[in-house]
Design a protein around this ligand. Structure first.
Ligand code: HEC
Ligand code: HEC
Ligand code: HEC
Ligand code: HEC
Ligand code: HEC
Ligand code: HEC
Ligand code: HEC
Ligand code: HEC
Length: 329
């Protein structure tokens, strides 16, 4: 029953074909459409292949080491995940038969990011891609459970969530995991169904952080000045809501993160303006107040809020006093 639709694509197989006649016929791309843009680094591709023509797919993305995916002989569907780099990714798909390339397809995907001014806007001919619309899901429901049930809203264990099979990387791939994602309670933040698209997140995204981080957010809002991106509720500009390679679920190392938007502060020369010297260190030292932490821009500035315009963490009622927080002068 589940495999019924495969019969439709069991076309006659021609074995004496060269690369030219298979190009474009051996593989077709179901998702995503060519020239799509997305906000995710981890990304899934679904191909349709002609049954028993190919036994593998080699995936080449830019300079990265190619990966090979095997094609099950009984299936016309190949589903796999790739990791994208920021900007345009040219993805080349080579169809293999006993190690020989007999088919080939190419597509371009743009990975957009709010954090980098140069990657905020996709080129004009790229279109936004959302997968979870009812029509797209139809072609998967033969093999995958596309309709979350009560048990997947609060799964006994993460593997029981219906999202796991396609999004397992969101649960386990990170060094630092965010509890609600690692536990598979995706619906604490994602809405099940809303209009055309499923699994949207309310905007601005601090709305979904509030219920669990109420104490912190309240504390920041009670300060005189909120930091630009925090003030507009865009927490996930800096934090990955699923997990991260960096402490505090940051999208990148703290100082690098700040420099994306404050390039002119990278040298640290602003700290000692008025003092002699070339610039204050902004990395490669231990935080003066917490030896388990790296010294970063956030050792001096609060990334969320403060009572002075400069969001400084420590007493800065005058500069000599300020330096004294960390230096005995
Ligand atoms: C003919 C059956 C079949 C169809 C149709 C199918 N899939 Fe799959 N898919 C599978 C199987 C089998 C796996 C492997 C499951 C596993 O590894 O546990 C899989 C795995 C996946 C994965 C995880 C890949 C990875 O590397 O982690 C994604 C994503 C996926 N499918 C997406 C889709 C989407 C989207 C569709 C609809 C467009 C679809 N699949 C249609 C059979 C199918
Ligand atoms: C059959 C595989 C499959 C299943 C099951 C699945 N997804 Fe997806 N999902 C995809 C694919 C493919 C994409 C688009 C490419 C990507 O992001 O990897 C996607 C994208 C998304 C997106 C980005 C927005 C969009 O529509 O493109 C969200 C959010 C999402 N999935 C949440 C979920 C949640 C929550 C569940 C569980 C209830 C779930 N998905 C189950 C395959 C699946
Ligand atoms: C703490 C809140 C939170 C939890 C828990 C969460 N997400 Fe998300 N997720 C978000 C936000 C915020 C976005 C960004 C959405 C946007 O900007 O539209 C997002 C985006 C996504 C995307 C698309 C973009 C990307 O980064 O890949 C996918 C796919 C996704 N989530 C899947 C999941 C799955 C599967 C789970 C459960 C394992 C999950 N999420 C749990 C908040 C969350
Ligand atoms: C369902 C509850 C829940 C929601 C919703 C939630 N979080 Fe969390 N978050 C937690 C828990 C639990 C921890 C782990 C706390 C701990 O280990 O001390 C955590 C930890 C964190 C941490 C790491 C703190 C640290 O000291 O390392 C950050 C950053 C974070 N969350 C940001 C967010 C953001 C941003 C959102 C909204 C997109 C959000 N959270 C939504 C429950 C939640
Ligand atoms: C400009 C980037 C940025 C934005 C926007 C941002 N954060 Fe943070 N956040 C950080 C940094 C950097 C740290 C780590 C601070 C440190 O190392 O001391 C952090 C730490 C945290 C922590 C850990 C505990 C703490 O107070 O240090 C939580 C929880 C948190 N952020 C939640 C949020 C929430 C919720 C929002 C949205 C209202 C948000 N953040 C917006 C950069 C940001
Ligand atoms: C996504 C961009 C973005 C990131 C990332 C970012 N900032 Fe900001 N920052 C802003 C904006 C916007 C303002 C508001 C001031 C303005 O409009 O110039 C601001 C203001 C500030 C101010 C106050 C300056 C003033 O004159 O009001 C300080 C201090 C600051 N940021 C430090 C940091 C630190 C430290 C980090 C890293 C933890 C960081 N920022 C990361 C965008 C960003
Ligand atoms: C040793 C502490 C310290 C470190 C580290 C530090 N700052 Fe500052 N920062 C200051 C002080 C002090 C001021 C106020 C200087 C002034 O009034 O001229 C300031 C001011 C600022 C301002 C607002 C002033 C303006 O002219 O716009 C921004 C934005 C800022 N810092 C960003 C950063 C970023 C980004 C980093 C990391 C690359 C960083 N700072 C590292 C101490 C520090
Ligand atoms: C939040 C703590 C903190 C504050 C505030 C601070 N510093 Fe520093 N400073 C450091 C750390 C950490 C280092 C690196 C120490 C090391 O490598 O031994 C450093 C290094 C320096 C150095 C370089 C020393 C060297 O050997 O290269 C100078 C100069 C300096 N600070 C001057 C200042 C001045 C002037 C102020 C006040 C405007 C100030 N600092 C405020 C933490 C701070």
């Amino acid at each position: 029953m589940k495999q019924q639709h495969i019969l439709l694509t069991a076309l006659p197989i021609v074995f004496f074909c060269t690369i030219d006649c298979w190009a474009g016929t051996g593989i077709s791309i179901q998702f995503p459409p060519d020239n799509s843009f997305v906000d995710n680094e981890q990304f899934s591709i679904v191909l349709t292949v002609e049954k028993q023509v190919l036994d593998g797919i080699r995936v080449v993305i830019g300079e990265n080491k190619p990966t090979e995916i095997s094609v099950r002989p009984d299936s016309t569907n190949v589903c796999f995940g790739v990791t994208l780099s920021k900007g345009i990714n040219t993805i080349e798909l080579l169809g293999l038969k006993q190690g020989k390339v007999i088919a080939q397809k190419e597509m371009k995907i743009f990975f957009r990011s709010d954090l980098f001014p140069s990657f905020r806007e996709p080129p004009a001919n790229f279109n936004r891609y959302f997968f979870h619309v009812i029509n797209n899901e139809k072609s998967c429901s033969g093999c995958h459970d596309m309709d979350p049930t009560l048990s997947s809203l609060r799964p006994e264990n993460p593997e029981k969530s219906t999202c796991y099979v396609c999004h397992k990387k969101k649960y386990t791939q990170y060094t630092f995991v965010h509890k609600p994602a690692a536990q598979g309670t995706c619906f604490t933040c994602h809405e099940v169904l809303r209009g055309e698209r499923k699994y949207t997140v309310p905007k601005p995204d601090d709305k979904v952080c509030y219920p669990c981080h109420n104490a912190e957010v309240k504390g920041w809002k009670s300060k005189k000045i909120m930091h630009g991106p925090t003030a507009v509720g865009h927490c996930t500009m800096c934090h990955n809501p699923h997990g991260s390679e960096w402490p505090a679920l940051l999208r990148m190392q703290t100082t690098d993160l700040c420099i994306n938007c404050h390039e002119d502060k990278a040298s640290g020369s602003h700290v000692i303006a008025g003092f002699v010297g070339k610039g204050h260190p902004v990395r490669n030292a231990k935080d003066s107040f917490n030896p388990n932490k790296e010294f970063t821009c956030a050792s001096c500035h609060n990334p969320h809020a403060g009572n002075t315009q400069n969001l400084l963490n420590h007493d800065n009622s005058n500069m000599a006093l300020y330096c004294n927080n960390c230096h005995k002068m």
